[in-house]
Design a protein around this ligand. Structure first.
Ligand code: SF4
Ligand code: SF4
Length: 198
């Protein structure tokens, strides 16, 4: 349980709340939206494919994802192959600079879309914050279209957690000897998985 132990250590050093507690406000807003009939049940999942997905994650979100995958027994060769295939297919390892310190966010099909089961492989409680906040704004959509990110709820969440989360991501960068930045889900997970941390 290497990643889980590291996550627990970072949590106790920074005073961070658990991954689930820090996602609660987003999940509640998502469920309220679903209760209004705005769910994703009929959708092809466009926002997780190269058509509309360019999600980035922080070091902390990546460590949380790895702790979850470890719990599920999913850290194996198949996972590494999926991540590497995604990086290669969508050329996620080559950065396109569009301004000072600014890089173009490439779109890609998420390796956790319908893996290991239907929908998002992380489930609502473990996926990146941005994924939880992106929801339909009308019912019965089959290929997205009228969906967006709930920025208000994201700002509220950040208000409570941003400082400690930034500190945690910096500590992870130090410990894993990786950059303290955000990158695509496959790139960031491979960065942590390939680090020599023990
Ligand atoms: S983490 Fe889940 S919700 Fe986010 S892009 Fe990947 S499959 Fe979609
Ligand atoms: S309805 Fe929108 S948010 Fe839901 S899966 Fe489809 S594209 Fe994504």
């Amino acid at each position: 349980m290497k990643y889980k132990k590291l996550l627990n250590k970072i949590q106790s050093e920074t005073g961070l709340e658990s991954p689930q507690e820090r996602r609660e406000i987003l999940i509640t807003a998502m469920r309220e939206n679903e209760r209004k009939g705005n769910d994703c049940l009929k959708c092809s999942g466009r926002c997780c494919t190269y058509e509309a997905n360019s999600m980035n994650m922080t070091n902390l979100e990546a460590l949380e994802a790895l702790a979850f995958l470890e719990d599920e027994g999913l850290i194996n060769e198949e996972l590494i192959e999926r991540l590497e295939k995604s990086v290669k297919e969508f050329r996620l390892d080559s950065m396109l600079q569009i301004g000072k310190g600014e890089f173009y966010r490439k779109s890609y099909t998420c390796p956790f879309f319908n893996f290991p089961t239907w929908g998002c492989g992380f489930g609502a409680k473990n996926k990146p914050y941005g994924c939880i906040a992106f929801n339909p704004r009308e019912s019965g959509q089959e290929n997205g279209g009228n969906c967006n990110s709930n920025l208000e709820i994201q700002m509220k969440r950040l208000f409570f957690h941003e400082d400690k989360e930034r500190e945690a991501s910096s500590l992870i960068a130090e410990q894993f000897k990786i950059a303290d930045d955000k990158s695509s889900i496959p790139m960031k997970l491979l960065e942590l998985l390939n680090s020599k941390v023990n």
